[in-house]
Write a protein that binds this ligand. Structure first.
Ligand code: 5AD
Ligand code: SF4
Ligand code: FES
Length: 367
């Protein structure tokens, strides 16, 4: 019997136009030389399809108030030891102006999940003001969780054109294990929101955490297929990092070692780049919590978006979704300077003053 060498097998899979679930599992498990082959292929696809350019999204974590209770998250509602904050309108506008002046091209406004008519109105007004202060030039992404159709529409009309809403895990059974079992944490509702955002016209981003308790490589393969089926425009994936003040902390001893969570995230990004060649993929901050050069490594092997933290310094330490979160005691200027050096270190250029929209989205629109 002829045994196919692992190297050959990965090579054969990489030559295919589409991957089956079994192919994805093989690719995710690749190690050593085989894994290097995967990473090299992702780097080639990135260069050919989106170029070695990284676009910036100045991230403003404008409030850590959240009505939800995700079992993994450090700022969940039930964590009473968190000091809750809300950045004022003036400070948000100031940060947006800073991003515009630094020629970032885009910002992301992120918060915990707050649902109220007052919040909808406030965001609508802020979006209009940010558009005004930047002559319509600053691109705006929102990441404010599950909202009503009306709210999503109003924000879109006020100038937001991208929305990030991670599915966290696309396997309903795993989703149910990492969220409370109530109607406020419904898998189906999350999927419906993603579809709604697409219908309204947003460029839609989703993503998952890698290395969750109870998560297997099969789950991760499902996640990649989910993103392909949903035909997403953007993706942000990061390693799961346990937080002491959360219910999932009790499973800390059953987790993959940090290095494996990092490598698996890098594999996920590389495979997704090969599967969905022209989407935007972020090198997420959580990668840097494990490896000081984590974001640079993932930029080299597929990612093309980075999100410098421009939250006003005094609030940064309170947006701790996970432990060891980097960039929590700098001021906005430090991250800005640091990021350009980091992108250059990864032999990429920064796409200053450009929206850097998902090429995938633009192609879909043309058809
Ligand atoms: N480890 C890693 N990522 C986390 N997030 C929340 N908690 C954690 C954690 N403990 C991620 C979720 C969420 C995003 C804003 O932060 O994926 O969607
Ligand atoms: Fe709230 Fe998001 Fe944390 Fe869930 S992950 S508790 S929605 S901030
Ligand atoms: Fe935040 Fe370097 S990116 S300090």
């Amino acid at each position: 019997m002829i045994r196919i060498l692992p190297y050959k097998m990965i090579e054969t899979i990489l030559q295919k136009g589409t991957f089956t679930r079994e192919d994805l599992i093989e690719l995710l498990n690749a190690e050593g030389e085989e894994r290097q082959l995967l990473l090299r292929r992702a780097a080639e696809v990135k260069e050919a399809e989106v170029g070695n350019v990284v676009y910036l999204r100045g991230l403003i974590e404008f409030s850590n108030r959240c009505a939800k209770n995700c079992l993994y998250c450090g700022i969940r509602y039930d964590n009473k030891s968190v000091h809750r904050y809300s950045v004022s309108d003036e400070e948000i506008l100031e940060a947006a102006k800073h991003a515009y002046e630094q020629r970032f091209g885009s910002i992301v406004l992120q918060s915990g999940e707050i649902v109220s008519p007052a919040f909808t109105k406030r965001m609508e007004r802020l979006l209009q003001e940010i558009k005004k202060l930047s002559d319509g030039e600053l691109g705006i992404t929102l990441s404010c969780g599950e909202q009503s159709e009306e709210t999503y529409r109003r924000w879109f009309e006020a100038g937001a054109h991208r929305y990030l809403l991670r599915i966290e895990s696309s396997t309903p059974e795993l989703y149910a294990k990492i969220h409370p079992n109530d109607e406020n944490h419904s898998y189906q509702h999350r999927v419906d929101c993603l579809k709604l955002l697409k219908t309204i016209g947003y460029q839609v981003g989703t993503g998952v955490m890698v290395g969750l308790p109870f998560q297997t490589v099969e789950h991760l393969a499902n996640d990649l297929l989910f993103m392909q089926n949903l035909d997403i425009d953007m993706c942000g994936m990061g390693p799961y990092i346990e937080h002491q003040e959360t219910p999932l902390y009790e499973y800390k001893d059953s987790l993959w070692p940090l290095q494996k969570r990092f490598d698996m995230t890098q594999n996920m990004v590389a495979i997704l780049r090969i599967m969905m060649k022209d989407i935007n993929i972020a090198a997420t901050t959580a990668l840097q919590a494990i490896d000081k050069l984590g974001r640079e490594k993932v930029i080299r092997t597929g990612a093309n978006i980075i999100m410098p933290n421009i939250t006003p310094g005094i609030y940064r330490n309170d947006y701790k979704l996970y432990e060891n979160k980097p960039c929590t005691d700098e001021n906005a200027d430090d991250c800005t300077r640091c990021i350009e050096v980091r992108v250059k270190l990864a032999d990429n250029d920064v796409g200053f003053a450009e929206w850097g929209d998902s090429k995938h989205y633009k192609k879909k629109k043309r058809h």
